[in-house]
Design a protein around this ligand. Structure first.
Ligand SMILES: C[S@@+](CC[C@H](N)C(=O)[O-])C[C@H]1O[C@@H](n2cnc3c(N)ncnc32)[C@H](O)[C@@H]1O
Length: 314
């Protein structure tokens, strides 16, 4: 008998307030996985023993690695990210230069002009690039760093570039991360290489959150500089790893087909976007028994609208 891979059975909906999830990341990140944090805890606690290493091959804002390390759900985490702007921030932190970054943030006088001057300077060192990334991430639409993004025009209550510039909060988060730096690792590189490198290590678990570009036009291709991905190859690489893994994906037909083809289980998690329309994302893995009995989560997910025209608008 064919295994039932997909369950669309309605379960009771439980609204989880995203604001109650502790925020450890210095990034505002498009496609950030804050909504998944409660499930992450359940998944990691369901492991036969505490994982030696959690690998986040598409780290972005790193919320999953940070939550796992802070919550002591893994001994260590390795974040991997291809984007050089994002990479500069994580590299600066793991290199022990968080205080340098904090000092630049606290001493920066935010204005559109200063932000523009800062981000257009030719930067040579990784830590200087990290500072530029923080400025962009905090002053651009939806935190989007990809080409075509631009400064917040109105932002919150017409505050423009100031709306998301919270130097004190950033300093606090960076100091927090600095405290767990010895358990946090970073690699500026390709997810596929790391999956290959650790595929035989049974003490390693993977949280895989690729850009959502499967099944044609999806948000991912305007949110990230590196959005192109061979989704079939990713599923094939996951199939080869010895350790446990979960993937999160948009609920697209192509993704459901790939899951079936690779003998994986996929469960939809409903969430609400900012317009209160319900949409679902998929959690995919070899075994999702740890999710049974868990009420579906109805989450508020930030929605990133990007205008087609380029730069400095809206
Ligand atoms: C959906 S986002 C991850 C968001 C992250 N889970 C969070 O909560 O912030 C996907 C990320 O993968 C990165 N990326 C794309 N292709 C990659 C590759 N081949 N290797 C490593 N990172 C890649 C993108 O730059 C982007 O930051």
């Amino acid at each position: 008998m064919q295994k039932l891979l997909f369950s669309d059975k309605e379960e009771s909906l439980k609204v989880v307030n995203v604001a109650s999830v502790p925020q450890y990341s210095p990034f505002r990140y498009p496609g950030g996985k804050t909504w998944f944090v409660p499930r992450l805890r359940e998944w990691l606690r369901s492991q036969p023993k505490k994982p030696k290493l959690l690998i986040e091959p598409f780290a972005g804002g790193g919320i999953i690695s940070l939550t796992a390390v802070f919550g002591n759900l893994t001994q260590e985490s390795l974040m991997v990210e291809l984007d050089e702007d994002i990479a500069a921030v994580w590299q600066t932190i793991v290199d022990g230069n968080a205080e340098w970054l904090i000092s630049r943030i606290l001493n920066f006088e935010m204005s559109k002009e200063n932000a523009f001057n800062e981000i257009t300077k030719k930067r040579k060192s990784i830590k200087e690039k990290a500072f530029q990334t923080i400025i962009k991430n905090r002053t651009f639409h939806g935190g989007i760093l990809a080409a075509g993004s631009g400064f917040l025009k109105n932002g919150e209550a017409g505050k423009g570039v100031h709306s998301r510039w919270y130097p004190g909060t950033l300093a606090k988060r960076l100091r927090g991360i600095d405290l767990v730096r010895d358990r946090l690792h970073f690699k500026h590189g390709d997810a596929f290489e790391v999956l290959e490198q650790y595929k035989n290590d049974e003490d390693v678990v993977f949280f895989i959150d690729p850009p959502y570009t499967a099944g044609g036009k999806r948000a991912g291709n305007r949110l990230y500089t590196h959005f192109e991905l061979d989704h079939e190859a990713l599923f094939a690489a996951c199939e080869k790893v010895t350790g446990d893994f979960i993937m999160t994906y948009d609920n697209a037909e192509e993704v459901r087909n790939l899951s079936r083809k690779h003998g994986l289980v996929a469960k939809p998690i409903p969430m609400k976007n900012t317009h209160h329309a319900t949409m679902t994302e998929l959690v995919i893995g070899r075994n999702l028994d740890w999710m049974s009995g868990i009420n579906r989560v109805l989450e508020l997910q930030a929605e990133y609208k990007i205008k087609k025209k380029s730069a400095s608008s809206g």
